[in-house]
Design a protein around this ligand. Structure first.
Ligand code: SAM
Length: 288
């Protein structure tokens, strides 16, 4: 069955599948020095942002990803004050971080200002915290920023990057993870979107291995739904620097002082459950 050009289609070469959304029009198309950014008005998802042909966010479902990239790690840290987001140019993760009243400062470092410009136009609801006095937006390569970061200056690092291709590739390397480990205070945590456990286990294992090689003493992977990414089942991997990623502030999460649409303490506990195939694969790849 062929799809005519009233559909946007992303093909995943790992498992040879495709994902499509019926579109009304392409409303934005910009080649920046780093990436090709497109935004489509769709029939069923609202707006859809695509970077280099890969889906990023849509109006309808982005809360799943942004809430799960922010709240588990922030409720796992004992008292998160200084936060850095690497990537995250659509600003949805920043919005979630700003919901935590204890956070004193969150700096978002995205390489491509074009992504935030597109988000401001078509996803203004994701940018509503950009003017929070605690928020700082920088546009540069995240790995260089992290290398230059002062040692033990951060409590939480959120790596909300594209896939490990193009400018995002460097954010999946031990060099980057070592820079993150150095920038984190004792008790600090990193979380990175770590692709699909079904289609990209090789990348997921590369993230976990890279964390350990960089000196993180505890690694944990969270699982959650992600409708517009390959297989619809996604992951984020936590690394602790003297903080066990499985031990989160459950009472605080249960009494969170803000509304969410997906995250809560039960979802958090459930996201930590390890599927059997995953547990077995990790036991083989990471013998105790
Ligand atoms: N939710 C999306 C996903 O999982 O694919 C990611 C959201 S966000 C749009 C990804 C961001 O990573 C983009 O804005 C891109 O510009 C940024 N990025 C890629 N490589 C980067 C780098 N080396 N330093 C900083 N930001 C980078």
């Amino acid at each position: 069955m062929g799809l005519d050009d009233s559909w946007f289609t992303e093909v995943d070469d790992d498992i040879k599948t495709a994902w499509s959304a019926k579109i009304r029009a392409k409303v934005y198309d910009r080649q920046t020095p780093y990436q090709h950014i497109e935004v489509f008005e769709t029939e069923g998802l609202g707006y859809l942002m695509v970077i280099d042909g890969f889906t990023m966010v849509s109006t309808l479902e982005n809360f799943l990803y942004h809430e799960m990239m922010a709240h588990p790690v922030l409720f796992t840290h004992q008292a998160p004050r200084q936060v850095a987001i690497i990537g995250g140019g659509d600003c949805g993760t920043l919005r979630e971080v700003m919901r935590h009243p204890g956070v004193e400062h969150c700096v978002q470092i995205d390489i491509d200002e074009g992504v935030t410009e597109a988000a401001r136009r078509f996803f203004p609801e994701l940018c509503e915290a950009n003017d929070d006095p605690r928020a700082e937006l920088l546009f540069q390569d995240g790995i260089q920023w992290m290398k230059d970061a002062a040692p033990e200056s951060l409590d939480v690092i959120i790596v909300d990057s594209t896939d490990p291709i193009g400018p995002g590739e460097v954010l999946f390397t031990p060099t980057f993870y070592r820079a993150c480990h150095r920038a984190l205070r004792p008790g600090g945590l990193i979380v990175q979107q770590s692709e699909s456990p079904l289609a990209h286990m090789h990348i997921l294992q590369r993230v976990r291995r890279g964390y350990r090689e960089a000196g993180f003493d505890a690694v944990e992977t969270l699982f959650f739904p992600q409708p517009i990414y390959p297989t619809g089942w996604w992951s984020a991997t936590l690394g602790g620097k003297g903080q066990n990623p499985r031990e989160f502030r459950e009472t605080d999460a249960r009494n969170k002082p803000f509304a969410t649409r997906y995250y809560n303490a039960d979802i958090h506990r459930g996201a930590l459950a390890q599927p059997e195939f995953f547990r077995e694969a990790m036991e083989k790849a990471e013998p105790a």
